[in-house]
Design a protein around this ligand. Structure first.
Ligand code: GLN
Length: 454
């Protein structure tokens, strides 16, 4: 049914870069026979899933939205993909994204834009716009996204889906094509909080192949979601972050946020106001740390090891000239912009002034979170300042594009979990997201509060 739905609507939505019909059907049949044989199956066995194209899948092309990886077929599965397969979730295909997960609109994909199913003239968010659009358009009931600065949560907000970024280290990064290793985290994109919790439990937990993976079992997240769904939040302190709201946020976004607070209050939660004074510097720090790490991670795309190889059109064919021709042809403008920015920030003489300072700001943001979580069990804000904007609207203005992430970036800098829950429609008829943030390793709290909001 989902493959039929993809065939019917993906021409207009373009959520998928690759549909793996044969593999998906084979996996579904396998679950059928296991069920017939009376095997003890995972609750999500047989439920199909779409996977963001930055996650490697054995035998299925993986491009990370870039020309430089065109035609590359990974020889192995990411740990999270292994876990999906072992539990019997058929993989429907790979979803579109901004090249190497750099962007907030999916317009930086080398393979065309994805359209928001709510209004095809609008962006589906980014970088994981394909995963969010696939779920919103009922092409897939579940999807995997990755979130470095908001790429699960902001697409969730603008497509009316649930997007959850686990605690850093909660889901293995083995097999994710790294953008910024200290910020990247994979997580669920779904239509309900309980679905997200079930999927998060499945892909989460320790992996010895990722040195930053937390060596502890995942908290019981589905139980937390079921408890939250009962609608009783007595004794839960919810902190509204002063710095994430107000000026620059669309009126309809603010109104839906206030209504969300009313719902939480009605469920018995205590609403308190908390201040995180260094959050105003988060965007600046992020756009130094992220490009710095990305410039280093992307150095491996040298025209020798993976995918594309372009030889210089004239002159000698040296390693350096092949590298330069390949990277010149294979990377898009946004990737080049960030590689140049990151290389500059890391260069001798500038390192302390830029990267070093940004790391200090990162520590201050972590302290803001620690102080805020002493006053509140969870923190809340609108997920994104506006609803989905028009395709093309911010494409020529990188700074305007970056500003979409003001509310989502602090969580990545501190490694804390964050989730976007649909909270109705703005005055323009487009979906709005409500963000819930929890302390590191307390992901269960955001599922409890998130489910109470549904
Ligand atoms: N939009 C942000 C960026 O462009 C976040 C991307 C992400 O989370 N992958 O960096």
């Amino acid at each position: 049914a989902h493959l039929d739905r993809i065939a019917a609507v993906d021409g207009a939505v373009h959520a998928f870069l690759h549909v793996s019909s044969d593999e998906a059907l084979a996996a579904a049949r396998d679950v059928d026979s296991r069920r017939a044989a009376g095997d003890d199956l995972h609750p999500l066995a047989g439920v199909p899933i779409a996977v963001k194209d930055v996650v490697v899948t054995k035998g299925i092309p993986t491009t990370a939205g870039s020309r430089i990886l065109e035609g590359w077929v990974p020889p192995y599965d990411a740990t999270l993909v292994e876990r999906l397969k072992a539990a019997g979730l058929p993989i429907l295909g790979k979803t579109n994204m901004d090249e190497f997960a750099m962007g907030s609109s999916t317009e930086h994909s080398a393979y065309g834009q994805t359209h928001n199913p709510w209004d095809l003239e609008r962006i589906p968010g980014g970088s994981g716009g394909g995963s969010a659009a696939a779920v919103a358009a009922f092409e897939a009931p579940l999807a995997i996204g990755t979130d470095t600065g908001g790429s699960i949560r902001q697409p969730g907000a603008v497509t009316g889906t649930v997007g959850s970024k686990p605690t850093y280290g909660g889901v293995s990064r083995y097999g994710l094509i790294a953008m910024a290793s200290s910020l990247d985290q994979a997580g669920p994109v779904t239509r309900s909080v309980l679905d997200a919790a079930l999927l998060h439990e499945l892909i989460g937990g320790h992996d010895h192949r990722d040195s930053t993976s937390i060596a502890e079992p995942v908290a019981p997240l589905a139980d937390a979601a079921r408890q939250g769904a009962l609608g009783d939040l007595t004794g839960v302190r919810v902190g509204v972050v002063t710095e994430l709201g107000g000026e620059g946020y669309q009126a309809g976004v603010r109104a839906r946020f206030e209504e969300g607070l009313d719902l939480l209050r009605a469920a018995g939660a205590e609403i308190v106001e908390v201040s995180c004074p260094h959050f105003v510097y988060a965007l600046g720090a992020y756009y130094l740390i992220m490009p710095s790490e990305a410039s280093s991670n992307l150095a491996k795309f040298d025209g020798m090891r993976f995918g594309l190889r372009v030889e210089p059109s004239e002159g000698p064919v040296t390693a350096e000239r092949v590298m330069s021709a390949t990277r010149g042809a294979g990377f898009g403008d946004e990737v080049k912009r960030r590689v140049i920015l990151g290389t500059y920030a890391l260069s001798a003489g500038y390192y302390d002034a830029y990267y070093g300072s940004a790391q200090k700001v990162r520590t201050l943001i972590q302290r803001d979170f620690a102080a805020a979580f002493a006053q509140a069990d969870v923190l809340v804000s609108p997920t994104a300042p506006t609803t989905a904007f028009k395709l093309g609207e911010k494409l020529d203005d990188p700074l305007a594009m970056y500003l979409n992430d003001v509310a989502t970036i602090p969580a990545n800098l501190a490694g804390v979990p964050g989730m976007s829950i649909p909270s109705g429609l703005s005055d323009d008829g487009l979906p709005v997201g409500f963000q819930v943030l929890a302390p590191a390793k307390a992901d269960d709290r955001m599922y409890r509060v998130g489910a109470a909001l549904e």
